[in-house]
Design a protein around this ligand. Structure first.
Ligand code: GLU
Length: 307
């Protein structure tokens, strides 16, 4: 897992960057105010570190996604001058790599088939109780593949959220690597691709903080290096509800990029001066690169939307 052998590659100039960040949207809808915060914060973090910023389209779940959404996200980022380095990596093109990683986990005796549905989980449907660990399953029974976890604490020092830890047995249970419908799960794909792209720094929403220990666990098993993490507070509306595509959050109006960026910077507590509102998009971004202060978000779990 340590070499980056794929034909996918960024130009040589970029290969040398010490900081390698990424934005990894799932194309389930257009870019909305919440996903813009993640894109902008990770872009700023990369640019202020003289790093590169890669774009990965996490199109692993065709029933929930569309090509229009994927193209729309790229169009929006471009209109906002959040330019990425190198070619876009599409997870739908990476199935072989996930297959290889699965084979490594099988060789380490970490994978078992599971026929359970959520109803079989008992009281807390988020934690898998290990039901199929020792169960004999007929090959023709529809099954998912799960990764057997250990009874130990896994911790991360998040740049924004501080110390965070889980014991996977207690907090998630054995987790899905390949779903019953044959699709690879996010947890595996994200680890394989962060490693292949040589990502050093992950800036993403706090809703993924509780996925991080599972990802650290897979990084260990697959012999991948561990990136640094910064989990951003989530954007909430005036009633405190998370803005998400599922809740029908409105797409960012990319015909007014300056306004969208100004608002996002204000939401990220960067305190942009009012005169920036009428400035050209590039000037706003230049100001933001000079002023970027992720510490303003320390220990915050939510940010109020500004309309
Ligand atoms: N694809 C995920 C999403 O759109 C983000 C994954 C990640 O940043 O690790 O929520």
């Amino acid at each position: 897992m340590k070499s980056r052998k794929d034909s996918w590659a960024v130009p040589e100039r970029l290969e040398k960057a010490v900081y390698r960040g990424r934005f990894a949207p799932s194309p389930t809808g257009l870019l909305h105010a919440g996903s813009l915060l993640t894109a902008l914060a990770s872009w700023l973090d990369a640019r202020t570190s003289d790093g590169i910023w890669l774009l990965r389209m996490e199109d692993l779940d065709p029933p929930r996604e569309s090509k229009e959404a994927a193209d729309g996200i790229l169009f929006a980022l471009d209109a906002l001058h959040l330019h990425w380095d190198g070619p876009v990596l599409y997870q739908s093109q990476r199935i072989e790599a996930y297959q290889d990683a699965l084979a490594t986990l099988v060789a380490k005796d970490r994978i078992f088939p599971c026929i359970c549905s959520r109803q079989d989980f008992g009281n807390d449907s988020r934690i898998y109780p290990g039901t199929c660990r020792e169960r004999l399953i007929q090959p023709d029974q529809a099954h998912a593949l799960r990764c057997r976890v250990d009874d130990r604490v896994i911790s991360v020092e998040d740049r924004l959220q501080g110390h965070y830890s889980q014991n996977l047995i207690r907090d998630t249970g054995d987790f899905v690597i390949k779903r019953k419908d044959g699709l690879f799960a996010y947890q595996l794909a994200v680890v394989v691709d962060d490693a292949m792209q040589g990502i050093t720094d992950i800036v993403r929403g706090i809703d993924l903080l509780d996925s991080t220990p599972r990802q650290l666990f897979l990084q260990e098993l697959l012999d991948c290096s561990q990136p640094r993490y910064a989990h951003l507070p989530v954007l909430v509306d005036k009633d405190g509800n998370k803005l998400s595509k599922q809740q029908g959050a409105a797409p960012v109006d990319v015909t007014r990029p300056a306004e969208a960026l100004f608002r996002a910077l204000a939401q990220l507590q960067q305190e942009p001066p009012d005169e920036l509102l009428t400035a050209p998009t590039q000037d706003i971004l230049q100001w933001a690169v000079n002023a970027w202060n992720p510490g303003a978000l320390n220990n915050q779990t939510s940010l109020r939307e500004i309309s």
